[in-house]
Design a protein around this ligand. Structure first.
Ligand SMILES: C[S@@+](CC[C@H](N)C(=O)[O-])C[C@H]1O[C@@H](n2cnc3c(N)ncnc32)[C@H](O)[C@@H]1O
Length: 266
């Protein structure tokens, strides 16, 4: 099991590859987060901002946004990308290296988002509550939290084929000519603690013919809808909406879909 949440520091190539991975490039969530940010009419905090996949398009629309992430290699990619943006976009962004379980930025935000399952790197209830307490301290009185989880699919959770490598993703090519194919493997799953140990496997073909197999190991906890609702209420939030997709279709409109909460302070 990865000892650092997310396991990113032990595999810096994940940060390098991240923005080229086809399913990440094609995620349909950016418009949703940009719209939520514009509707908030105030400053936004993105928890687990990574390489800025959501943060940078948000800043481009005129929103002032702070990004927080634990992993320096992800933040480094984000800073490099930002350096290529217009000066006004750069001026609207602040980045902090912090652990979501314990941070104090000395500021409150109109909207706090945790996109793309970053919260699921909290693998114990104590960590989940600690992260939610830190988030709540930073939320303005009428501010909103958007918590974006995957909706656990019962068939996937018991699918034995996922214990071997799976996932047919298109190959991607890095600027230096390396060609990369990514596969996924569930190394272990604990149905009682709801934690899966995941391995991302990168098969890298170098232009000189050298072949490499790189792995990124991390643990993720899955939460069911009502558990997450109880958790949020226990942490001092009230649920305002539960969506199954980034088009704001209600929870249950598709299966498994996503599990996206909009919550305010109770
Ligand atoms: C799947 S990426 C999502 C990045 C970005 N939000 C996006 O949508 O592309 C998960 C991010 O969560 C970060 N992360 C994991 N554990 C964290 C923690 N305890 N505190 C802050 N960030 C964390 C990782 O470093 C990584 O950048």
């Amino acid at each position: 099991m990865a000892t650092t949440p997310g396991g990113y520091p032990s595999s810096p190539y994940t940060a390098e590859f991240y923005d080229y991975i086809v399913p990440y490039r094609e995620r349909q969530d950016v418009g949703f987060f940009v719209d939520m940010a514009r509707e908030a009419q105030g400053e936004v905090l993105e928890v687990g901002c990574g390489t800025g996949r959501v943060l940078i398009p948000t800043a481009r629309t005129g929103v002032t946004i702070t990004g927080l992430d634990l992993d320096e290699s992800m933040l480094k990619v984000c800073r490099t990308r930002l350096a290529g943006e217009a000066p006004d976009v750069q001026a609207r962004v602040t980045l902090h290296r912090r652990d979501m379980r314990d941070f104090d930025l000395g500021q409150r935000f109109a909207l706090i988002t945790v996109p793309f399952r970053s919260f699921q790197h909290m693998i114990t209830v104590e960590d989940e509550l600690a992260a939610l307490a830190s988030i709540r301290r930073h939320l303005a009185g009428d501010g909103k939290l958007v918590l974006d989880l995957f909706n656990p699919s019962l068939p996937y959770l018991v699918d034995e084929t996922r214990l071997g490598e799976f996932g047919e993703e298109p190959e991607f090519t890095m600027p230096d000519g390396r060609r990369v194919v990514r596969r996924t493997r569930i190394c272990a799953r604990d149905l009682l603690t709801q934690v899966q140990d995941v391995e991302m496997v990168y098969y890298v073909s170098h232009p000189d013919g050298k072949q490499e197999r790189l792995t990124h190991d991390f643990s993720m906890r899955f939460l069911f809808r009502f558990e997450a609702e109880h958790l949020l209420v226990r942490a001092g939030f009230k649920i305002e909406a539960v969506y199954s997709d980034y088009d704001r279709s209600p929870y249950g409109a598709k299966y498994p879909g996503e599990l996206i909460f909009v919550a305010g302070k109770a």
